[in-house]
Design a protein around this ligand. Structure first.
Ligand code: KIV
Ligand code: ZN
Length: 536
């Protein structure tokens, strides 16, 4: 078999659409997943884990559509997760059929604590299942990844055995997950070295790592793993994912880029080699981060490394003085590297539909004619208020349009009256799913509260607002305001996002978007409950 350990480049495996989407409230519909998958392809990720095909018909559909549209000859490998169960693996293989390059990623727990309490199986039973299911996955395609879940807490000798058998059965990538974010960087590096030294057939597979950020060490663990032989990093945009999230793609990629001279020798390269360590087009990082944040409703903390609003801001006088004299005094990387200052003024009041469409296409937005028409109206409206329209404004308009595609309730009108002598009052009109126009009004503690109460009177689905945030897209008094909200219904969280120069309108629209997601989920649940057990 081919010796994979000579690989001198790091493979970036993005799991934003699978592990990332598993965090509460980050649920995306198929169109939104497609939009993100296209952007991930533009970013240059090597593998997109598009979902968990067996999990639900929606997941299956998303994996299949991504395989169809993004899994092209020159596109990334499209992967689906599958438990080490025949039905899961079969569903993954079926959903992946349209992809030119496809991968099944199958997993089973191997730590004693998972075996005893979760699987209720012995080590030898799990060993046999792993081997059998990898071979089964291999019967569908060549590219098979195997993960021993909770590997970081698995007894190493047993882990070596499982990995050896999985590779012998056909796994081409073996992934070492720190499922609970427990391990330290040195321990994780040692674990990878132990695997390289003790798994006899390890050179026939790529070693991948996957990890969660419960103790804030995921990225550091991965970098230590690279030094010890890991060649595939499984990560998410903005580090979103279960609990404290996954290792963040942008942090890993930029650490490997900025410190490439440090990492080069570990990959068998000359220390001063300038050749990139990953295939990522770093100038797409900021845009991808914003897209994922807008569509998932998962806000990026301002001090987040690489993509946070303050990541390149210098507040203190001493720093500003130094940067003005020579950027390198306080900056280790240029903001343009992540595409941050590509905010050109591109269009204005007199720009036509064609220029608008062309620029959106250049920015990577592929819209249907209806979406484009609606977005163009918003653009014209904005251009009337704001002289110069930048790429960021266009992205805000386009993202806003794409997100509102699943429209059940439509906001027709919102009007507020407020001020220091007035009782905040709002009137709203919504178009209901049956095409009926319903108007209601409410008072609240402030204008947004009044709007939300009025909308609730119309929609009538009990929910609790758990997060509300407003941010401006660009500087200036005429900037677009982006509102992101998250609301809870029973034990589920739904997010909504909208952009408008009027933040009350954006607030109302974001709320209606979240309620539309909630209503769509209730509708799907209702349909499922109506099915007979055989149909379900
Ligand atoms: O965290 C984990 O262990 C996972 C596996 C399915 C790879 O997500
Ligand atoms: Zn995970």
């Amino acid at each position: 078999m081919e010796n994979q350990s000579n690989q001198d480049r790091i493979i970036i495996f993005d799991t934003t659409l699978r592990d990332g989407e598993q965090c509460p409230g980050a649920t995306l519909n198929v169109d939104e997943k497609l939009l993100i998958a296209r952007q991930l392809a533009r970013l240059g990720v090597d593998v997109i884990e598009a979902g968990f095909a067996f999990a639900s018909p929606g997941d299956f559909d998303a994996v299949k559509k991504i395989a169809q549209t993004v899994g092209t000859e020159d596109g990334p490998v499209i992967c689906s997760l599958a438990r080490a169960i025949k039905e899961d693996i079969k569903a993954a293989a079926e959903a992946l059929k349209p992809a030119v390059k496809a991968r099944i990623h199958t997993f089973i727990s191997t730590s004693d604590i998972h075996l005893q309490y979760q699987l209720k199986k012995s080590r030898s039973e799990v060993l046999a299942i792993a081997e059998e299911m990898v071979a089964y996955a291999k019967s569908f395609m060549d590219d098979v990844e195997f993960s021993p879940m909770d590997a970081a807490r698995t007894e190493p000798e047993y882990l070596y055995q499982v990995l050896e058998r999985a590779i012998a059965a056909g796994a081409t990538t073996i992934n070492i997950p720190d499922t609970v974010g427990y391990t330290t960087p040195t321990e994780f590096g040692d674990l990878i070295r132990g695997i390289k030294e003790n798994v006899p057939n390890i050179d026939s597979a790529i070693i991948a790592v996957h990890g969660h950020n419960d103790l804030g060490m995921a990225v550091a663990c991965f970098l230590e793993a690279v030094k010890n032989g890991a060649r595939q990093l499984e990560c998410t945009i903005n580090g979103i994912g279960e609990r404290a999230g996954n290792a963040a793609l942008e942090e890993l990629v930029m650490a490997l880029h900025v410190r490439r001279q440090y990492f080069n020798p570990y990959l068998g390269r000359a220390a001063d080699s300038e050749a990139p360590l990953t295939n990522i087009d770093t100038r797409q990082i900021y845009k991808t981060s914003r897209l994922v944040s807008n569509l998932t409703g998962m806000l990026v903390q301002p001090n987040k490394a690489i993509v946070g609003a303050n990541a390149f801001a210098h507040e203190s006088g001493i720093h500003q003085d130094g940067v003005l004299k020579n950027k390198l005094t306080y900056e280790i990387m240029d903001a343009t590297l992540i595409g941050l200052t590509d905010n050109q003024i591109v269009l204005g009041k007199h720009s036509g539909r064609n220029a608008f469409r062309t620029r959106l296409k250049e920015l990577g937005f592929e819209m249907s004619e209806t979406e484009l028409n609606k977005a163009f109206l918003k653009f014209k409206d904005l251009a009337d208020k704001k002289k110069e329209i930048s790429d960021w404004d266009l992205e805000a308009i386009a993202n806003d349009e794409m997100q509102s595609s699943e429209e059940i309730f439509r906001l027709e009108l919102v009007q507020v009256s407020c001020g220091d002598r007035a009782c905040p009052t709002a009137t709203v009109t919504l178009l209901t799913p049956d095409g009926e126009e319903l108007t209601d009004a409410a008072i609240g503690t402030g204008p947004v509260d009044a709007v939300y109460k009025a909308i609730n009177r119309v929609v009538n689905v009990p929910n609790q607002l758990i997060e509300y945030s407003v941010q401006s897209v660009t500087a200036g008094i005429d900037a677009i305001g982006e509102v992101t909200i998250r609301l809870r219904y029973e034990d589920r969280v739904f997010s909504g996002h909208a952009a408008n120069t009027d933040i009350i309108v954006a607030s109302a629209q974001a709320y209606v978007n979240a309620l539309n997601r909630l209503s769509a989920a209730l509708h799907t649940q209702e349909k499922r409950e109506q099915l007979t057990p055989q149909q379900a």
